[in-house]
Ligand binder design. Structure first.
Ligand SMILES: Nc1ncnc2c1ncn2[C@@H]1O[C@H](COP(=O)(O)OP(=O)(O)OP(=O)(O)O)[C@@H](O)[C@H]1O
Length: 357
């Protein structure tokens, strides 16, 4: 498996559901051969639309869908050599697990012995080989989704597409299956795209994340790159827990004049500060500003302490303060340049404090 994988390329795509309003215009994105890629964005941002374009369930008004150098724009889902998994598992209830996995081979007229052999191989790969005679209703949600993945892989597809595969699972199963998707993808090497609205799923397993909002690709890159070098305020706010602190420039301009070139400062609209960059004590690291804040409260969340404070009536959160603070109390905090950003009126990042790494 894995020798005949595929690079997937959406080229300058425009797509509309109603012929009037375009969900995407000039959409471009590429998934490299053998990559595990997450399509990440809020509800209604266009994730499923992109997946359906890749699958051939939706035809663009303009533009091309390329598999390697082949133009598959006019090929429908049956001829694209795609494996698909949906959020609701969608196994055939009247078939055994083995027959479910083997079903696509039956449709392709593979003889019974061969399709059962192949289905057993896939069942072993996804670790449900001891459940084969059961019906889907006898499986847990996680096992059903494993069976659905095995079925999607049974014809050795060039591309595996997963639409919110984790969303109907409880928290523990979700984490387990998410790691399994990564393991299965690494074992098979199949080019894989999965849709999620949960940044943790994407950050945890994806080689690369395509962040989408309002029908536009906002940024593409590995999770750490999106976190450290967000292209715009949307990505900065969408990636990271807790969400980045955002302060209107007017509230901070005098505090940062000394640290920021005047031409950049003139264009800045919003200051973004990661929670780990608000410190109680100065350090050797470059500091963007010293702010007078009023401490509000502290909360222990797992290993992290969230310290809530007000700066000019703006709520800020720090995860870098470990000292216990008797609230409420006014005191200075130090804002590290690393983890601080400036965004212009269009939300574009025009300055980042950690360009040194
Ligand atoms: N079948 C359809 N007919 C008309 N408009 C649609 C259809 N499917 C999606 N849309 C619209 O296209 C846009 C993108 O929807 P899409 O389902 O791709 O987003 P999504 O990111 O997958 O959302 P969700 O996370 O809620 O599934 C939305 O504005 C949606 O209302």
């Amino acid at each position: 498996m894995g020798d005949d994988n595929m690079r997937l390329n959406l080229k300058d795509i425009t797509v509309s559901y109603d012929q009037q309003h375009n969900v995407f215009e000039h959409l471009n994105c590429t998934v490299q051969d053998g990559e595990l890629v997450a399509l990440l964005g809020p509800s209604g941002s266009g994730k499923t639309t992109i997946l359906n374009l890749m699958a051939g369930l939706l035809t663009p008004t303009f533009g091309q869908v390329m598999f390697d150098d082949r133009n598959v724009t006019d090929q429908d889902v049956r001829t694209r050599n795609i494996g698909m998994v949906f959020q609701d598992f969608a196994l055939y209830p009247h078939l055994s697990v083995l027959d479910n996995i083997a079903f696509p081979l039956k449709m392709a007229h593979v003889n019974k012995a061969n399709r059962q052999k192949r289905a057993r191989e896939l069942a072993a790969l996804v670790h449900i080989d001891n459940q084969l005679t059961k019906s889907p209703s006898e499986l847990s949600g996680g096992q059903q989704q494993r069976a659905a993945i095995a079925r999607a892989l049974v014809k050795n597809p060039a591309v595996l597409l997963l639409d919110e595969p984790l969303s109907n699972l409880d928290a523990a199963l979700r984490i387990e299956l998410r790691d399994e998707i990564q393991r299965i993808q690494q074992t098979t090497g199949v080019t894989t795209v999965f849709v999620t609205h949960d940044q943790n799923d994407a950050l945890r397993i994806a080689d690369k994340i395509i962040v989408i909002n309002e029908g536009r690709v906002q940024q593409v890159g590995p999770g750490t790159e999106l976190y450290r070098h967000p292209r715009n305020l949307f990505v900065a706010q969408f990636i990271g827990t807790p969400s980045i602190n955002a302060i209107p420039i007017n509230e901070m301009v005098s505090e940062i004049t000394a640290s920021i070139p005047a031409d950049i400062l003139a264009r800045a609209q919003t200051v973004g500060i990661r929670s780990e960059s608000i410190l109680l004590n100065p350090t050797d690291e470059p500091v963007l500003a010293k702010l007078a804040v009023t401490m509000k409260q502290q909360e222990q969340l797992g290993r992290e302490t969230y310290t809530y404070m007000h700066y000019q009536n703006i709520d800020l959160i720090s995860t870098a303060i470990t000292e216990t603070i008797k609230e409420p109390q006014s005191m200075p905090v130090y804002i590290l340049a690393r983890g601080s950003f400036l965004f212009d009126q269009n939300g574009l990042c025009i300055w980042a404090g950690d360009n040194h790494d």
